[in-house]
Ligand binder design. Sequence first.
Ligand code: ADP
Ligand code: MG
Length: 230
Amino acid sequence: MLRAEGLVRTYATPAGPVHALQGVDHAFTPGRVTAVMGPSGSGKSTLLNLLAGFDRPDAGHVRLDDLALDAVNETRLAALRLRHFGFVFQASNLISVLPARANVAFPMGLAGVATGERLRRADALLERFGVAHRGGALPAKLSGGERQRVALARALANDPQVVFADEPTGNLDRASGREVIGALREVAADGRTVIVVTHDAAVADAADVTLAIADGRITSVEGGDDAEAA
Ligand code: ADP
Ligand code: MG
């Protein structure tokens, strides 16, 4: 289980300190989609960066099961991210010169999976998200919805425990957005923890748990049976 415990993050700026997170506590339940919603500047990206170990808190801890991420050095953190975390961004961030299938296989290569196994698993993941027929296509040739489904397949490449998505439907029309939401729900149904930062009410409606964040604090937790954990 991934937990935020008393997370505080303050950025030093020429204009003075910016209190981006002011004490965030939450246990993210496996098997659930948790939507993080809040106005621009409320601290959503800061929270995601801390949870994923891209940045470190000034106070508090991020724990993955019994491991405090702040106690882990950068090298081990990178290895941990590769094996246990998957990422989907608003602008899919696929490698433009690699076809879809090679994009999905890429993180497996970093994790030392043998070539044949890489391609077999990449094909199975593309199939799962309905884009097996696009395996040979470069990202620029994919529709927005296809690109996000390939990105989701890539996020699952190393069978992660947690999948983070930052505005995954931000660039999509409604129908493609619905497909991506359905795919995220399926990913959670595997037993994974899915954390989605979003402005999209359709994503929040489909989420199991919705955290509202304002001024660096969680102001409400809706849904799930872990509301008391916030
Ligand atoms: P959100 O993702 O909800 O829009 P952010 O987490 O990006 O919010 O930002 C929270 C606050 O921290 C904002 O006031 C933002 O301007 C500030 N902030 C974010 N990143 C930095 C940074 N690297 N340096 C200074 N201030 C930052
Ligand atoms: Mg943001």
